[in-house]
Design a binder for this molecule. Structure first.
Ligand code: SAM
Length: 313
């Protein structure tokens, strides 16, 4: 009961913002979301709870942004002050600071990504998967949504992005809504190992700069297989250790999760994927790490970002 009330109000709020009428919505959302009625037993699931928090955060941020818009429109704020204040409103805990993107340009707002190879890599991945207009695509670990928006705009597909960090989903939704792309790109909070989707519901699954972080890679790959339609395509890019890393020693990430390229191949094969193709992205990896320990590992040929595409049987 709580969930649906909150969802409806948050949605109503968004529509009001779109036509620029009012910004009262989030107060109502907090009241509905915060206190269970007396005597009521509420046992929300993690997914419900995080969904509510995301809704409330989105509403609160929209409210703040709407107020700033109003101040700008009434010329109480100058454009530079507006941008500056807007940037301060949003969390800049994300590695590639929102402040920079908001203040720069619409292109930067549209972008919003953090992976090796930049937008060229995302386009390449989409091409390798043969994405087409009408395809339904899932992006695992979508961050603030740059790649999801790019794929939708470039290939005409619809993209659903999931990420387990609520504040990233909030930022992804805000950016996508600001760019008018919500019909083709949507986001939700979700865990890579427990995809909140029905079986056989996607034509393709993509992921960039995420899978190497996962402690349970097998669980995620099983879930990807489940949600893909028969013959559905899976393409991802992530960092990996090469065979050379086997005898170098001193490669702590091997224990903490970085997979060898061969291990990815074996896992995908054992999970039922076929037509597995692997590209090693040496040049892009060097450009991403100009210096530092990762660069030294790359230069020794021990570590590289890989692009892997395959197909469900
Ligand atoms: C380096 S960022 C890449 C974001 C995006 N794919 C891009 O290329 O801009 C990795 C993202 O994976 C998300 N992530 C990490 N572990 C996750 C998990 N278990 N389930 C869902 N998302 C996860 C992080 O929150 C983060 O936003």
């Amino acid at each position: 009961m709580h969930g649906s009330a909150l969802g409806t109000i948050a949605w109503t709020f968004c529509i009001e913002i779109e036509i620029g009428v009012c910004y009262k919505g989030s107060r109502v959302v907090w009241e509905f979301g915060g206190t269970p009625e007396e005597g009521e037993t509420v046992e929300p699931s993690f997914a419900q709870e995080s969904g509510w928090v995301a809704d409330a955060l989105i509403a609160a941020r929209l409210e703040q942004r709407a107020m700033l818009h109003l101040l700008l429109k009434k010329r109480i704020l100058q454009p530079e002050e507006y941008l500056e204040t807007l940037a301060e409103l949003v969390s800049d805990d994300y590695q590639f600071s929102v402040r920079r993107f908001v203040a720069e340009s619409e292109a930067a707002l549209r972008n919003g990504r953090w992976h090796i190879g930049g937008d060229a890599a995302t386009e390449h991945l989409g091409n390798r998967l043969g994405l087409e207009r009408g395809d339904r695509v899932l992006d695992i670990g979508c961050g603030i949504g740059g790649p999801a928006r790019q794929l939708a705009e470039t290939f005409g597909c619809t993209v659903v992005g999931i990420d387990h960090r609520i504040e990233r989903i909030v930022e992804a939704v805000l950016r996508t809504s600001a760019l008018g792309l919500t019909r083709s790109v949507s986001f939700q909070v979700g865990e890579a190992g427990h995809l909140p989707f029905e079986s056989h519901s996607f034509d393709a699954v993509v992921s960039q700069a995420t899978l190497h972080w996962l402690p349970d890679k097998d669980g995620c790959i099983r879930e990807v297989y489940r949600v893909l339609k028969p013959s559905g395509r899976f393409g991802f890019e992530c960092e990996a250790a090469t065979e050379k890393a086997l005898w170098t020693g001193g490669f702590p990430e091997l224990e903490s999760g970085l997979f060898r390229i061969l291990a990815w191949q074996q896992l995908l094969g054992a999970s039922g994927f076929t037509d597995i193709e692997i590209e090693e992205m040496w040049e892009e990896s060097r450009a991403f790490y100009p210096t530092g320990p990762e660069r030294e590992q790359i230069d020794r040929g021990e570590r590289v970002n890989v692009r892997i595409v395959c197909r469900k049987l």
